[in-house]
Ligand binder design. Sequence first.
Ligand code: NAD
Length: 272
Amino acid sequence: MNEGRKTKAAVVGAAGKMGGRIIHVLKETPSIELCLAVERSDHPWIGMDVGEIIGLGKIDIPLEGSLRKGADVLIDFTAPRVSLESLKFARASGMAAVIGTTGMNPEQINQIRGLSAEVRCVFSPNMSVGMNLMFRVVQDVARILGPEYDIEILEAHHRLKKDSPSGTAVRLGEVVAGATGRDFGQVGVYGRKGLVGERTRDEIGMQVIRAGDIVGEHTVLFGGIGERLEIIHRAHSRDNFARGAVRAALWVVDQPNGLYDMQDVLGLREGV
Ligand code: NAD
């Protein structure tokens, strides 16, 4: 679509933790450039150079209080109501959209689905390239190893994380359960304590660690007799999500209207 010129990106939530990392990644990606940095209209830093806010030095792009036309794609990591407004703006102005905001309720997800009939949108609660590949890999491994191998999921996050287990760990459970003909809602076992008896063949254990500043670790362990196979993803920083979001932005500008996720962006859709 943008042959011969850089894709222009607007970042919504530009002064937030993810917004800042996304702008860093945009800066080092030759085929895309930041053209608009948006924050809530009462943000105290409106008008300041966004590069100076996020530690890049002056980049001559001020922090603005609302979206406006001019970008090919917007990238929004904010809050559910804000992201819905961004998507409506994208639809009205012909921009594509990448939405990374989590915590949408079913009604809001339905609204995203409805709007996406008329806008190109990638929406994914986990934009990490490695984690999205892991969803695919564990599915294949679970299928190949079959019921002889016990499956346990372990996840570790920093001490400030409020929900447990992580949404990503639950998704891993659903994927391996689905691949082996089980329903994770029925076979998931969350921690073990006391005289719980022998492990049943069908159960899939979920163990959770909360400690220090761990960004995020997910392990799927396949335990056989005489060996075990562990597939581990470790997030070192938020940059893995920011890189996935920028990759999604470059991909979605060339797609027809519709709702996509990272499985589509990475070409992993089949069977997941
Ligand atoms: P954050 O609180 O640091 O940043 C959110 C930013 O949005 C803030 O700067 C806030 O001022 C801004 N904002 C609020 N209202 C706004 C408005 N009306 N217009 C423009 N900006 C507005 O949070 P964060 O850690 O950057 O996370 C943001 C979201 O992204 C959360 O939902 C988080 O769970 C999600 N997240 C998703 C992924 C993923 O891979 N999809 C990864 C990390 C975080």
